[in-house]
Design a protein around this ligand. Structure first.
Ligand code: SF4
Ligand code: SF4
Length: 448
């Protein structure tokens, strides 16, 4: 069976970010296969754990995938400061006589942004609204590589490694079935002493926020890798939760057009025509220049302008999100730019050092928390969404009352679909089938 068929059957999607279906992404021939192991968002540790514990599988799988996409260069891009992980991977590469290379990135945000990483490794800027393939590269996350390795052994994606950090009593690394509740993950990290808290699912810059009373109804997906527990009045929570109308009103009155948001925007720095300060000026005008507003369409929502650059506490990122929505309503989509673009001269000097970013975000105290050894959790119930990523949801192939076993297909997409299959992550009985499948563990025929 060919590699893409195995990946499709196992339901592999990008383990970080939007979760692009991997069998679609790897259906290409490229010069560069780049493995993203930068984990550039502050406080995340999952990829480092995977590299230390699954190194040999990672190197072997990169070779297999590299051969499939006919890449001349097989590169794992990771931060120079990950010395333990680098030494471990170097030893494995040497022992296996592998042609996989390591590429060292600085400790800055967003070193793990796909476009920035391709620029760093190849020196080529991906065009506006383009993808790495436009410049001869494909990028896949190191966690995805581990899942591809499992897919090659006919094991579907059923588990995730999750780091739980921040205001918990025992920061920890967990191995959990997809579909476990966020609450159970926090409880496994010793819970929190805070009376009121918020949870960031993902990194502090690009993650989503839920409230303490929503943790039982939010469940771990294939794309999740970390949970950060913060006080409800924390700077990040407050900034991310500011109402859009307040932001627009503040923009009209407070934007001083200093253009820091543009000068520090990495998409602008790799050569894209994205100038958030211009969008901010336009949003305050009664008649808006649509050509300038269209620049918002190529914003990747990394959050630098919102959480780091702006001296006035404004949120160009959220304004861009709003503008994108308005343009989409009019049927306006991002237009692909020319490949003939060059980065701007100041790019090397305008990368945001991660430690300075953490100080600005007021999260330095959670940096280097002692993380307990990995714990595996066996919940009695899982809630598995049929849509866990961008693209088409899977169609359920089980019904209420069915007994399913771990790894069994429960949601299917066609091979040509932009979507991914979904599998049972525990043994048990199906309790609900809707846009999700709920499975409860049974012992001797009795639901626990
Ligand atoms: S950084 Fe803030 S104040 Fe300066 S131009 Fe951008 S939005 Fe306006
Ligand atoms: S969020 Fe801000 S800094 Fe990031 S790409 Fe968009 S405009 Fe640029």
């Amino acid at each position: 069976m060919d590699l893409l068929q195995k990946i499709y059957e196992a339901g592999v999607v990008g383990a970080g970010g939007a979760g692009f279906p991997t069998h679609v992404k790897l259906d290409c021939k490229v010069e560069y296969l780049i493995i993203n192991a930068a984990e550039c968002e502050p406080l995340l540790n999952t990829d480092k754990y995977i590299m230390m514990n699954r190194g040999e599988e990672i190197i072997k799988t990169v070779e297999e995938v590299g051969e499939f996409v006919e890449a001349k260069h097989l590169i794992i891009a990771l931060k120079e400061k990950y010395t333990e992980e680098i030494n471990s991977l170097k030893d494995i590469i040497k022992r296996l006589n592998s042609n996989v290379e390591l590429f060292y990135l600085g400790n800055y945000y967003p070193a793990g942004d796909e476009q920035m990483m391709v620029y760093e490794v190849t020196g080529r800027s991906i065009p506006e609204a383009g993808i790495p393939l436009d410049v001869g590269a494909v990028v896949t996350n190191v966690g995805t590589i581990v899942n591809i390795g499992e897919a090659m052994k006919d094991n579907p994606v059923v588990d995730k490694c999750i780091t739980v950090v921040g205001e918990v009593n025992n920061p920890t690394m967990l191995k959990v079935p997809v579909g476990i509740s966020v609450k159970e993950c926090i409880d496994a990290a010793g819970g929190t002493d805070l009376n009121e808290y918020a949870v960031i699912i993902g990194g502090p810059m690009m993650g989503t926020i839920i409230d303490d009373n929503e943790t039982h109804k939010n469940h771990i997906k294939k794309t999740d890798g970390s949970l950060i527990i913060l006080p409800k009045d924390h700077y990040i929570v407050q900034r991310k939760r500011k109402p859009l109308q307040t932001i627009i009103n503040e923009t009209r009155s407070a934007c001083i057009q200093c253009r820091y948001c543009t000068d520090l925007c990495h998409r602008y720095l790799i050569g894209h025509k994205l100038r958030p300060h211009k969008v901010m000026r336009n949003i305050g005008m009664s008649e808006q220049d649509e050509e300038i507003m269209k620049e918002a369409l190529i914003c990747c929502e990394c959050g630098i302008c919102e959480l780091y650059s702006c001296p006035m506490g404004l949120s160009p990122r959220l304004v861009n999100v709003y503008v994108k929505g308005e343009l989409r309503k009019k049927g306006i989509r991002p237009e692909k730019g020319s490949t003939d673009i060059e980065s701007r001269d100041m790019i090397e000097y305008r990368k945001i050092p991660t430690t300075r970013l953490m100080a600005r975000l007021d999260i330095l105290k959670y940096y280097n928390q002692n993380i307990d050894d990995i714990k595996e959790l066996f919940p009695k119930e899982v809630t598995i969404p049929l849509s866990q990523h961008i693209g088409k949801p899977a169609s359920a192939v089980v019904k209420v009352g069915d007994n399913v076993s771990k790894g069994q297909l429960i949601g299917k997409v066609e091979r040509n679909d932009m979507g991914a299959n979904v599998h049972a992550t525990i043994d048990g009985k199906v309790l609900e089938v809707s846009d999700k499948v709920i499975i409860q563990r049974e012992d001797n025929g009795v639901i626990l």
